[in-house]
Design a protein. Structure first.
Ligand SMILES: Nc1ncnc2c1ncn2[C@@H]1O[C@H](COP(=O)(O)OP(=O)(O)OP(=O)(O)O)[C@@H](O)[C@H]1O
Ligand SMILES: [Mg+2]
Lengths: 380, 229
């Protein structure tokens, strides 16, 4: 009963892999760890824009309404007219602002009347130590204001000033939080819109409205154009700064991940190559024997490649699975979002691992064919 | 008796070491030859050259009508595969393959693996019941018999054995010698390197090497076939 040559070939390879288990597990680990890092990083690489896009979209205001023409203010009514041109689902937040000059301890400050919950949405990057105000009579003060009049969360202070018809007012507030923004807002104090309206009168007037809209640049341009044409009371304006820096940050992040991926790729190759070199080195006797038995160089290369490629495939499969777990962990910890598994990653990771293992095996396997069969007759 | 092997003025030089110096030797078909000599006298070097695993620095070696000192390494591989059966002192079995698979490897490189035939070869050396054992599960004598079965599986023209009993006790030595006697009776040509006079005694002739030279050739007690030197 003759046996096919391939059958014997697979028998030799599988026996080598199975019966030399401990050695093979080390090599397999090298490949699997490399593939894990690779597929993990690739997943992150492709997921970062999506993750960061959502992150940046919640990075608040990208559309601002200011009074049209010579007007100094506008009403909520006009804002509603304008926002009718934005699809409802795309509106992440609409934060109206009204500014008045007030006095604390006879020092003039700018007070902003806002709706705190909306500000949170349009300015999510504000860093508040203490808490966001929830009720009337509570205030958020900028870092500069806090430095100037030495107020900390929990302190009370009195705001005075004159209302729209010239009568003076005085009202007590509790500091709930101190806000750092890195911008002009640090010189303001923030109270609820209704508190400010009660103090300053002239109910319903607004100075600025900041909107956070989830839309592409083209859609945003279109929205601005239509509001400009149809709503006389406000001037819509896109805030370019955030969108541009979003692109820049993304590019930098991707470049970083790209770099790390390349380095991981190189390290994997070196790791697999050294492992294979060790495998070949410790099997010099076996190679010499096979040659003494009449094995052609090609047969020896095929046997080592067979083992290497099997390791590459299996390592790639394990790497794809572990890599997803790795990317998932990173995503959950850094972005607080989960990613979905890409089944395509399995064949891709296996193919890349097989190619890399093949390349890494090339050198050590070539040196395997240099083994002199005469070593089998020399003493050990 | 026709000529199987002829060494003419063969020298092998490793750097400053002259492992073989102007060796002349003729071996007939079916002859059983022993090679003796002190350590370092060039016995293994000679076996390597005869076994097509190394080339002489000078001189010519004709095996079965082919001058192997002129061949390239690829055709040397083919000649080795087709004509030579090798038996080693250290057995050199592949440790992750069973006894049977170790024999089949030789078939695999030669032509086609044939499990039945490999099993018969193991039975011939008395190891039919050890076919599925790994080398680590076999005694030294059993490993040597697997090595012999592997050397014989492709019907070599010449069997080369470098100290085949060097690692064996007396009981196993006589088992191996019995196998050699049978092979000799069946007409195989055998060259055995040995330190053991008892092993050499079984051969028809013994070549004694000293410092890479043929010091003398001794006729064995079993020189029944009457080969001339
Ligand atoms: N590849 C080599 N490179 C350099 N010198 C070598 C090489 N192979 C053998 N020699 C030298 O050639 C000489 C003969 O070696 P060889 O192995 O043929 O001896 P031997 O008769 O088989 O000895 P032993 O009985 O110890 O096996 C020794 O001096 C040895 O050191
Ligand atoms: Mg020797």
């Amino acid at each position: 009963m003759m046996m096919k040559k391939q059958t014997m070939y697979f028998r030799m390879i599988t026996s080598s892999l199975i019966r030399r288990r401990s050695r093979m597990i080390v090599a397999l680990l090298a490949v699997a760890i490399g593939a894990t890092i690779l597929s993990g990083l690739v997943t992150i690489y492709y997921d970062v824009p999506r993750q960061m896009g959502q992150e940046f979209r919640s990075y608040g205001a990208n559309l601002i309404f200011t009074p049209a023409g010579d007007e100094t203010s506008f009403t909520m009514e006009a804002v509603r007219k304008a926002t009718d041109f934005i699809p409802n689902n795309d509106i992440m937040g609409i934060a109206p602002y009204r500014y008045e000059t007030v006095k604390i301890n006879e020092q003039p400050f700018t007070a902003a009347g806002v709706i705190m919950d909306e500000v949170k949405k349009t300015s999510p990057y504000w860093f508040v130590s203490g808490q966001w105000p929830q009720n009337d009579g509570e205030a958020l003060i900028g870092q500069e204001v806090s430095d100037y009049i030495r107020l900390s969360p929990g302190d009370m202070f009195t705001v005075t000033g004159a209302n729209s018809v010239g009568d003076s007012f005085s009202r007590d507030f509790t500091v709930l939080g101190i806000v750092q923004t890195g911008g002009i807002e640090e010189a303001f104090l923030f109270v609820s819109l209704s508190d400010l309206e009660e103090m300053a009168g002239d109910k319903g007037r607004l100075d600025v409205v900041e909107c956070s809209v989830s839309a592409s640049q083209a859609e945003l341009d279109d929205i601005v154009r239509r509001i400009d044409e149809n709503v006389e009371e406000v001037t819509p304006r896109l805030v370019k700064r955030v969108t541009r820096s979003e692109g820049a940050v993304l590019a930098k992040l991707q470049a970083l991940v790209y770099l790390v991926t390349t380095i991981a790729l190189l390290l994997t190759m070196i790791c697999v190559a050294t492992t294979m070199m060790a495998v070949v080195a410790e099997r010099r006797k076996e190679i010499g024997l096979k040659k003494a038995l009449g094995a052609a160089n090609r047969s020896i290369v095929m046997e080592f490649l067979g083992e290497g490629l099997f390791l590459g495939g299996l390592g790639g499969l394990l790497g794809a699975l572990f890599g997803f777990a790795f990317a998932q962990t990173v995503s959950l910890n850094v972005f607080g979002r989960s990613i979905s598994f890409q089944p395509r990653l399995i064949p891709a990771s296996m193919a890349i691992s097989i190619i890399i293992t093949g390349l890494a095996c090339l050198l050590p396997v070539r040196s395997a064919t240099d083994v002199d069969p005469a070593i089998v007759l020399r003493g050990e | 008796m026709s000529l199987l092997l002829e060494l003419k003025d063969v020298s092998k030089i490793y750097g400053s070491v002259k492992a073989l110096r102007n060796v002349n030797l003729e071996v007939s078909r079916g002859e059983w030859l022993a090679i003796m000599g002190p350590s370092g006298s060039g016995k293994s070097t000679m076996m390597n050259i005869i076994g097509c695993m190394d080339k002489p620095s000078n001189g010519s070696v004709t095996l079965d009508g082919v001058d192997i000192s002129k061949e390239n390494s690829k055709s040397l591989t083919n000649i080795r595969r087709d004509k030579i059966g090798l038996i080693f002192q250290q057995f050199h079995l592949i440790n992750y393959l069973t006894a049977l698979e170790n024999v089949m490897v030789a078939q695999y490189y030669h032509s086609m693996p044939d499990e039945k035939e490999a099993l018969r070869a193991l039975e011939r050396v008395g190891l039919g019941d050890r076919a599925k054992h790994l080398p680590s599960q076999l005694s030294g004598g059993e490993q040597q018999r697997v090595c012999i079965a592997r050397a014989l599986i492709n019907y070599p023209t010449l069997i080369l054995a470098d100290e085949p009993t060097g690692n064996l006790d007396e009981a196993n030595e006589s088992v191996v010698l019995d196998i050699f006697k049978r092979l000799h009776k069946e007409g195989s040509a055998i060259i055995v390197v040995t330190h053991d006079p008892e092993v050499a005694d079984e051969a028809q002739r013994t070549v004694v090497l000293e410092h890479g030279r043929v010091a003398r050739i001794v006729q064995g007690k079993n020189n029944a076939m009457g080969c001339d030197a």
